[in-house]
Design a binder for this molecule. Structure first.
Ligand code: TA6
Length: 300
């Protein structure tokens, strides 16, 4: 996908612009009356969203790489067609393979309510067949306004049912991990990846004083990241998702990740809209499955 082709194709849309980041990542910037955002065409990854007058809601590491084939650390990675490690092939990339692939930007719409709606698609290549031998098409619809809405559509265009796990692996920008809490998952069962996937039940709100890496199962409700320092709640609602992943790497894991940095974990928190573990999704031939997350801010 060439920047000049995109600039010509969407020349009438004054609310978007294109630029090259790092050593060649093609980005689309959106500035409308309600918000600003940035999306990398590699992975169709939202790397920034801020409603007008608000601090950034999406976090990206200061040490992130911006290079072809490597997922940016932060933003909203699209994990598909599996979440986490592949079930049987340890050599396969974690979180699937589409987050490091070039997607197409197909349409840009200016909605009546002032939001901008961009639709991306990824067409699997022959090379991808070694990871995923099924006929299917993938679309991501991003709506940028006072809310951010992300919808991931998987269409099974083949003759056989297939099963996926998936996540919108969103990194949220917070004041300090020691000061925030997450509500909405109270009483939920979760797999604790820090204790070898041991199943536990969430008691009260989630607070953070060490590494947290949990897959909450059978959870369809709205979550909130409550941030008393930034005086805001980040409200996370969803459709078509039965799992919610909560992750903060804490200091030791943060230091071990070359694209994170020693203190980076203090100002980020992942609350991911997902279908994972026993919530994997079977998609019959000819059917389309949609998983959608919507983010909004409320003052505290
Ligand atoms: O969603 C949490 C998690 O599965 C963690 O276990 C950690 O691996 C994180 O994703 C980041 O994964 P990545 O492959 O992007 O480094």
């Amino acid at each position: 996908m060439d920047i000049k082709i995109l600039q010509e194709r969407f020349a009438s849309h004054k609310e978007i612009s294109f630029r090259i980041l790092g050593d060649g990542l093609l980005m689309v910037n959106i500035n409308n009356a309600q918000a600003s955002a940035s999306i990398s065409l590699q992975g169709a990854m939202v790397t920034n969203w801020a409603p007008l007058g608000q601090q950034a809601v999406i976090w990206v590491s200061d040490n992130s790489f911006y290079e072809a084939g490597r997922s940016i650390r932060g933003g909203i990675p699209v994990c598909w067609p599996w979440f986490g490690q592949h079930e049987t092939e340890s050599s396969f990339p974690a979180h699937g393979f589409v987050r490091a692939k070039m997607w197409d930007l197909d349409t840009v719409e200016q909605l009546d309510n002032g939001a901008s709606r961009l639709q991306f698609s990824y067409t699997l290549t022959n090379e991808d067949k070694k990871f995923w031998p099924h006929e299917c098409s993938l679309r991501l619809r991003v709506t940028i306004g006072t809310q951010l809405e992300i919808a991931l559509h998987t269409h099974n265009s083949g003759q056989q049912l297939f099963t996926i796990s998936e996540a919108l692996h969103t990194y949220f920008n917070i004041s300090d991990i020691g000061k925030v809490s997450v509500s909405g998952l109270e009483g939920g069962d979760y797999l604790d990846k820090v204790e070898d996937f041991k199943q536990k039940t969430q008691q009260g709100k989630i607070i953070f004083n060490g590494e947290v890496d949990r897959v909450y199962l059978d959870t369809q409700g709205t979550c909130r990241i409550e941030d008393p320092i930034m005086k805001r709640d980040i409200v996370i609602s969803k459709k078509g998702s039965d799992s919610t992943v909560v992750w903060n790497p804490w200091e030791e894991r943060s230091i071990a990740m070359v694209d994170m940095g020693k203190q980076a974990y203090r100002t980020m928190l992942c609350v991911e809209t997902a279908n994972a573990a026993r919530n994997k999704v079977a998609i019959a031939a000819g059917n389309t499955h949609t998983m959608q997350a919507t983010y909004s801010l409320e003052s505290r």
